[in-house]
Design a protein around this ligand. Structure first.
Ligand code: ADP
Ligand code: MG
Length: 396
């Protein structure tokens, strides 16, 4: 890919519109995890250090009613950004209007302002989320160039990404987006083989697109998590009370046929009698009783998966192997983390909201080449879909 990057732009004296992803978790007006704010710093600092006038904006949560406005106020995030940058951030409590326009025109080179939650515009006819043409053109008129660094919303065409990009002369990816394009885009377009994909998580139905795509691209697909049971049942196993999507049994069969041996299914599972954090019993997948509920992959499966991974040069992982939120059912997910951590010279990527949370909770995030910042966006990217928030960026 040859998308323009922020470092390709002439920034001195330019008004630089920077779309970031500051959709941080908040509790009573306090940020509970500032990872996303920190992740945007390299792009913002680069713009400021190169004499740009930074106009920063993001969405936060969803805005459907008046009450959602106060709940999703970006002012505390602007304050936090100011602390992290060690530099004044002018916050404009509006998404348009005179105060914002005046503040933009007063900005000096190397100064920064942030405006209110782009989704405040959703209150009146979903202008942001439906990419209202007037709104995108208006925001574009506030700047000279556009930098998109928000991967989390790149799978959506909103006014704050696609709308702006189609109204400015020049746009570029920020460093965070660049990394997503390099790693996930690289795995999609140009993976080094052997390419091993690991899929898990709750449901097959969430991952049909990605499984179908990977059948064409990967050399092996290891399936764990709740979704493994739909495949196991499709093959005639009794899965007891384990998670299953009965309306996807035919599809599972079809996928297994299409994959022609590429799909590796678990041979054992850790089973409980109820959905609770109590020690489970390891059983062969052919031995589950009616009242067994499989909550993790077993040790023999882990060996099988580790063996399949050992020569991998590209690894893509989406979906935890078991109910990692419970101590008794985290071993499968930890085991896969360890197998990946042992690889040398491999490009290893983990994506997906819960998968990334698992990898972070278990302390393996730094063992991956890339931990994707976008849940839905990373899944759609892996499905081989074109992401509008990336497609709209100028080519080099
Ligand atoms: P991601 O957000 O990474 O795409 P998903 O949302 O698809 O992942 O799935 C994550 C959830 O799947 C976790 O909450 C985990 O507890 C659950 N899960 C994994 N294995 C099982 C299982 N065997 N039974 C029930 N739930 C499971
Ligand atoms: Mg999830």
């Amino acid at each position: 890919m040859s998308k323009r990057i922020v470092s390709d732009l002439e920034l001195k004296g330019k008004r630089v519109l920077i779309r970031v992803d500051f959709n941080v978790p908040m509790k009573e007006g306090k940020i509970t995890d500032d990872t996303r704010v920190r992740a945007a710093l390299p792009t913002i600092e680069y713009v400021l250090n190169h004499g740009g006038k930074a106009i920063v904006f993001s969405h936060l949560g969803r805005v459907k009613s008046e009450e959602d406005l106060a709940k999703n106020d970006l002012a505390p995030v602007a304050k936090h950004l100011e602390e992290l940058l060690g530099k004044k951030v002018t916050f404009i409590n509006a998404t348009r209007g005179k105060e914002l326009e005046d503040a933009v025109s007063k900005l000096q080179d190397g100064e920064i302002l942030m405006f209110q939650n782009t989704r405040y515009e959703d209150l009146d006819g979903k202008k942001e989320s439906k990419n209202d043409p007037e709104l995108g053109a208006y925001w574009a008129s506030l700047g000279d160039v556009f930098v998109n660094d928000a991967f989390g919303t790149a799978h959506r065409a909103h006014a704050s990404n696609v709308g702006i990009a189609s109204n400015v002369k020049e746009s570029a990816a920020g460093f965070l987006l660049e990394k997503e394009i390099k790693y996930i885009g690289g795995a999609v377009d140009n993976p080094v083989h052997p390419y091993v994909a690991i899929l898990g998580g709750a449901k097959v139905s969430d991952k049909i697109g990605v499984i179908s795509e990977l059948i064409n691209k990967a050399d092996k697909i290891l399936i764990g998590g709740g979704m493994m049971f739909t495949f196991l049942k499709a093959l005639g196993n009794n899965i007891g009370k384990s998670l299953c999507e009965d309306d996807k049994l035919d599809l599972a069969k079809e996928l297994l046929e299409k994959a022609a041996g590429k799909i590796v299914l678990p041979v054992d599972a850790v089973c409980a009698k109820e959905f609770a954090d109590v020690p489970g019993v390891v059983k062969s997948v052919s031995d589950l009783a009616e009242d067994d509920m499989g909550l993790d992959i077993g040790p023999k499966t882990l060996e099988l998966f580790a063996d399949a991974l050992k020569d991998a040069k590209t690894v893509v992982w989406n979906g935890p192997m078991g109910v990692f939120e419970m101590k008794n059912y985290e071993a499968g997910t930890i085991g896969v983390c360890q197998a990946i951590a042992h690889l040398t010279g491999a490009n290893t990527i983990v994506g997906g909201g819960d998968s990334v949370a698992a990898v972070e909770k278990l302390g393996y995030a730094d063992k991956f080449s890339h931990v994707s910042t976008g849940g839905g966006a990373s899944l759609e990217y892996l499905e081989g879909k074109t992401l509008p928030g990336i497609a709209c960026i100028s080519e080099k």
